[in-house]
Design a protein around this ligand. Structure first.
Ligand code: ATP
Ligand code: MG
Length: 397
C-alpha cells in the first residue's frame, strides 16, 4: 500500500475577503486510485497537475463528497472502492475524513460507503465531529461545493436533463432540502407511470400520487424559479472578461407560477395530471412538470443562445454562472461555495485565466484547480498550494 503524507511548512497567505469554506486537512483511503492520502492544507487555492490518469479528478471527486449528493461523477458508491487484486467488493469501502474551516468554525467531516453487511445496499455514511449523522443532507449546513468538469462542456448543446441537474445543484447550495423535494417528485412520477402502464385505475391511488406530484412538483419549480430570479442580476452582469449570462427557466408549470400563486399552480397541475390519467389509461401520456423544464442561457453581449456560442464562449458562460452563484451565496449566506474546477484553466486564454485567478482570490472560499500542464498556473504560482499528482500520490512543490 502506498502512502503519501504532506505537511505544509508555512501558512499560505489568507484571503482577504469573506471567510468561505476551506479544506485544511484531508485524509482519503481506498478511494479510486488512492490507497491512502493525507494532506495538510492552508486556505490558498489547491492546484493539482499531473499526467492523464494520475488521479487529479479523483481527488476533486473525493472533495465533492463533503457536500450532500452523489459527488461530481455521480458514480455508484461501490465503483469508487479502490480496485485491486487482493480485495473483494464490500471489504474495502472507501472513506474520507476532512477538517473543514467554515464560517461556523472548524469541523471534521467523515464520509464513505457503508459496508454492504451494515446496510444491505449502497449507502453513504456521514459523521460530523465523530458523531453519526442521520442523513447526508446535514452536510449542506456546513458548506456548499460547486464544480465544473470537462463533462459539463456540452451542457448547452445536450439534452435538458443535464441542465436541470446543473440548475438543481445551484439550488441545493441554498436549500439542501431541494434534494428531498426532487426525490419525492421523481418517485411519485415514476409510481404514476407504473400504475398507468399496469392499467390500474384505482382512483384513490392515482389521487394520492397526483397530489404528491402536484405539490412537490410546484415546490421544485418554485425553488428553481426563485434561484434564477436571484441569480439573474449577478449572472447577467458578467465578470471582467467573462460574459454576462442571461438566465431564464422554461417550462409549463414554471410559467403557471408567473400567472399566480403556487396554490393555483398546484390546482392546474393536479387537473392536468387527472386529465392525462383518463386520456391515457394503459399508457403514461406526457404530462407537464419540472421533469421537463429547462434552463435557458443567452450570451448577453452577443445576444446568442449559449448552444450556438463557440466552445470557449460556452466555457466562459459556464464559469460566469458558477462565479455569479458563488457571489450570490457569499452575499446572502456569508460564504461562497468551495470551487472544484477540473481542467478549466486549459480552456481559457491567458487574459481569462488571469482574471479567473484574481476572481478566485476575492471569493474567500478555497478553490481546487487541475490541469496537465503546470505552466497554466504560472500566474498563481506564489498564491497557490501546488501539488504534482502521480499514480495516486501527491508531491508538493
Ligand atoms: N475504483 C477504482 N480503483 C482504482 N483505480 C481507479 C478506480 N476508478 C478509477 N480509477 C483510476 O484512477 C485513475 C485516475 O483517474 P482520474 O480521472 O483522477 O485521472 P486524472 O488525473 O484526472 O486524468 P486526466 O488528466 O486524464 O483527466 C484512472 O487511471 C482510473 O482508471
Ligand atoms: Mg481528470
Amino acid at each position: 500500500m502506498t502512502a503519501s503524507a504532506h505537511v505544509l511548512e508555512k501558512e499560505p497567505a489568507l484571503n482577504t475577503g469573506a471567510i468561505g469554506p476551506a479544506v485544511r486537512r484531508l485524509m482519503v483511503s481506498r478511494f479510486r486510485n488512492y490507497a491512502t492520502l493525507k494532506l495538510e492544507l492552508g486556505r490558498a487555492p489547491v492546484v493539482l497537475t499531473g499526467a492523464n490518469g494520475a488521479g487529479k479528478t479523483n481527488l476533486l471527486e473525493a472533495v465533492s463528497f463533503l457536500a450532500p449528493g452523489r459527488g461530481l461523477r455521480r458514480a455508484r458508491l461501490g465503483d469508487i472502492d479502490r480496485a485491486d487484486s487482493t480485495t473483494t467488493a464490500g471489504a474495502t469501502a472507501w472513506a474520507i475524513s476532512a477538517d473543514v474551516e467554515t464560517a461556523m468554525g472548524r469541523t471534521t467531516i467523515g464520509t464513505g460507503r457503508a459496508p454492504v453487511s451494515e446496510t444491505g445496499g449502497d449507502k453513504r455514511l456521514v459523521r460530523i465531529d465523530g458523531a453519526p449523522a442521520k442523513s447526508q443532507t446535514v452536510l449542506g449546513d456546513y458548506l456548499a461545493i460547486s464544480w465544473l468538469t470537462p463533462q459539463m462542456d456540452r451542457l448547452f448543446v445536450e439534452g435538458a436533463s443535464q441542465r436541470r441537474r446543473f440548475l438543481d445543484r445551484l439550488v441545493y447550495a441554498f436549500d439542501p432540502q431541494h434534494a428531498g423535494r426532487m426525490n419525492g417528485y421523481t418517485h411519485a412520477l415514476r409510481e404514476r407511470g407504473r400504475l398507468l402502464r399496469q392499467g390500474r385505475t384505482d382512483a384513490s391511488w392515482h389521487h394520492a400520487l397526483e397530489e404528491q406530484i402536484a405539490t412537490s412538483g410546484v415546490a421544485v419549480a418554485a425553488a428553481r424559479r426563485e434561484l434564477i430570479d436571484r441569480l439573474a442580476p449577478f449572472a447577467g452582469a458578467g465578470h471582467g472578461p467573462f460574459p454576462g449570462a442571461i438566465l431564464s427557466l422554461d417550462g409549463e408549470v414554471e410559467s403557471w407560477l408567473d400567472d399566480g400563486p403556487a396554490l393555483d399552480a398546484e390546482d392546474r397541475f393536479r387537473d392536468a395530471l387527472a386529465r392525462a390519467r383518463h386520456v391515457s389509461a394503459g399508457e403514461a401520456a406526457p404530462v407537464p412538470g419540472p421533469h421537463r423544464g429547462d434552463l435557458r442561457v443567452v450570451h448577453s453581449i452577443k445576444n446568442m443562445p449559449a448552444g450556438q456560442c463557440s466552445t470557449g464562449e460556452q466555457k466562459a458562460l459556464l464559469i460566469a454562472i458558477v462565479l455569479a452563484h458563488a457571489r450570490l451565496r457569499s452575499r446572502d449566506l456569508g460564504d461562497a461555495p468551495l470551487l472544484l474546477l477540473d481542467e478549466v484553466a486549459a480552456h481559457l486564454d491567458q487574459e481569462r485565466r488571469t482574471a479567473l485567478y484574481d476572481i478566485l482570490d476575492t471569493l474567500g472560499s478555497q478553490a481546487w484547480l487541475t490541469g496537465t500542464d503546470k505552466a497554466l498556473f504560472d500566474a498563481i504560482a506564489d498564491r497557490a498550494q501546488h501539488f504534482t499528482v502521480h499514480d495516486g500520490a501527491l508531491t508538493r512543490h
